[in-house]
Design a protein around this ligand. Structure first.
Ligand code: ZN
Length: 417
């Protein structure tokens, strides 16, 4: 699939330190230790609705990882998928009497525009589920041949992964069985499906149902793939096993990331799928998580349509720590708009407070599990000293600070947006 255009990425003097991130599977902040090319897979959208601020916050968090790794001298191989066939997409298309393909294409195009406006570095591989189906089918056939997958004996053609044969099952989320069963039922799983060997077995292939699109599947059985095997297949095809960061919102901890890892580890008979599992918190509105099912969404495209500077949206979302569940409020956006005005006034000057200590501080804050609030506070302090006059003044420092804020935080301070 087509990705989106890359924003300019200024090169900064020197290199940043090692990035430390919270890994869900270890339950602690750990140092990432990528090779010359860092490898990251972030789960993408199901394109049945526009990008809301919860999505945006997630992709901004992983954009910071991308930027911090590049600043530390690594190349980054970033992969993101598009779940362009799944139940919610078909349900929305049916509700609106629309072709599901048209709906998916339109919402994916809008997502690209939102990511471009927010200055998110694009993935090197932006991969759709539909275009991956032949390779997904091959992987499922491999699992069947190994005796690790089975067909439910009711004529549906539905195929499941037998998790009782997956020794690593549970290692990613570290949840006990009761917790897994609860999230599985809440988040699209089918623990009560009859004919399965275990309630927690995940679907690999859903046999064709009347009125639904279908493709040639394992052993010729028509149908469509499950969501978890889609991400496992795309990651294996692009960055392989043992990549540095598997990312997404915290609602993907279980079942999605657990099962993607289990599928890939079964297919390759190696571990781990990812070296760290990193999860972004949820954005709330009026006391509830922002989600499609609740209908309490604020869309990036709607704010942009109202004339809101995308850099203010970005700054407002980064003013909270990526791992914390946090509310979106109008005040948050107003504060970000005011902060942008101040920062832009400061970087437009010819001279200001010294830039090198700020660059050091920004690198130190962001490599500490992406402390963006701490980084923003440092820029605030620099702008205050620069605009207040007095103290040590350095010619040319505002230009360098503008580059640092752009490269590390992704906030462009040129030309009022
Ligand atoms: Zn995924």
């Amino acid at each position: 699939m087509l990705s989106w255009p890359a924003p300019l990425l200024p090169t900064l003097p020197g290199t940043g330190p090692v990035l430390k991130l919270h890994d869900t599977s270890r339950g602690e902040v750990v140092a990432t230790n990528p090779g010359p090319t860092a490898r990251m897979y972030v789960c993408g959208i199901t394109p049945y609705d526009a990008t809301h601020l919860g999505h945006a916050a997630t992709y901004l968090a992983f954009d910071l990882i991308n930027r911090v790794w590049r600043d530390a001298g690594h190349a980054v191989h970033y992969v993101q998928n598009v779940t362009d066939i799944d139940d919610p997409l078909l349900e929305r298309a049916a509700r609106d009497h629309e072709d599901w393909v048209v709906l998916a294409m339109r919402e994916t195009a809008l997502f690209r525009e939102d990511m471009t406006a927010l200055r998110v570095l694009p993935p090197e591989d932006y991969v759709g589920a539909v275009e991956t189906i032949p390779r997904i089918v091959g992987h499922i056939e491999d699992l069947l041949a190994e005796g690790l997958a089975y067909e439910v004996d009711d004529g549906t053609g539905d195929l499941y992964h037998d998790v009782s044969q997956a020794p690593g099952f549970g290692a990613e989320s570290r949840y006990d069985e009761a917790t897994m069963l609860g999230f599985f039922a809440q988040r699209g799983g089918d623990p009560d499906r009859s004919g399965k060997r275990q309630p927690l077995d995940p679907v690999l292939w859903r046999g064709e149902r009347p009125g639904e699109p279908a493709w040639a599947g394992p052993g010729g059985t028509a149908g469509r793939p499950g969501w978890h095997i889609e991400c496992a297949a795309i990651a294996l095809d692009t960055i392989g096993m043992g990549f540095d960061v598997q990312g997404g919102g915290s609602d993907l901890v279980f079942p999605h990331h657990e099962y993607s890892a289990v599928h890939a580890e079964a297919l390759t008979a190696t571990k781990p799928f990812a070296r760290a599992y990193v999860h972004a918190g949820m954005i709330g509105l009026d006391g509830e998580k922002m989600s499609k099912s609740r209908g309490n969404l604020v869309f990036v495209s709607k704010l942009r349509g109202e004339g809101v500077d995308p850099m203010a949206i970005r700054l407002a979302l980064l003013s909270g720590h990526y791992r914390s569940d946090r509310p979106w409020t109008a005040d948050l956006l107003t504060a970000a708009e005011e902060r942008l005005v101040t920062w832009r006034r400061a970087v437009a000057l010819d001279a200001g407070a010294p830039a090198a200590p700020l660059l050091l501080g920004l690198r130190e804050r962001l490599t500490d599990d992406l402390d963006s609030p701490g980084a923003i506070a440092l820029v605030d302090a620099w702008a205050e000293r620069t605009l207040g006059g007095g103290g040590e003044i350095e010619e040319g420092s505002p230009g360098m600070v503008g580059d640092a804020v752009d490269a590390l935080l992704g906030i462009s301070l040129g030309d009022g947006g």
